[in-house]
Design a protein around this ligand. Structure first.
Ligand SMILES: [Zn+2]
Length: 151
């Protein structure tokens, strides 16, 4: 059970590097401009306000429940809502603009997740918080991971 995710992870990292390099060089100036606008859009201050724009507030409202899907804590000023990229921006800059790659989790969980790749994150949760593992597998961005394999 523990050896399998490692193997998948290795394969995936190799693929991510290949795909990532190719896609990154294809990005245009406009992509970067869009990205900057988008990055501003998804900024969440983590306090009582959910987002900095009407659009981001509405998106967060429509895409989150009362509790963080990772730790189950009720969203509060301390466990504020934040928009996270399931597949990290550092490795998949083009997916930073893809709504299918976003989910709303609490601030502490977002910080703990950091820049881990999704499978690395699943493995981390499996080791640290086995009782949360099923929920994380449920949230896996299957469609995006499948697309990555096809490139
Ligand atoms: Zn949480």
């Amino acid at each position: 059970m523990t050896a399998e995710p490692e193997k998948t992870l290795q394969d995936l990292f190799k693929l991510a590097t290949t795909v990532g390099n190719r896609r990154y060089h294809r990005l245009t100036q406009k992509d970067f401009a869009d990205y900057r606008a988008f990055d501003y859009w998804r900024y969440i201050n983590g306090d009582s306000e959910c987002g900095t724009t009407e659009e981001s507030r509405a998106w967060v409202r429509d895409n989150s429940e009362h509790h963080c899907p990772v730790c189950g804590a009720k969203f509060s000023p301390h466990h504020g809502r934040s928009i996270d990229h399931k597949l990290p921006r550092a490795q998949y800059p083009w997916l930073a603009l893809d709504f299918r790659n976003l989910w709303v989790i609490c601030h502490p969980c977002n910080q703990e997740k950091g820049e881990r790749h999704w499978y690395e994150y699943e493995h981390y949760i499996f080791t640290r918080y086995p009782n949360r593992y099923q929920d994380i597998v449920f949230a896996r961005p299957r469609h995006l991971l499948k697309l990555l394999r096809q490139v």
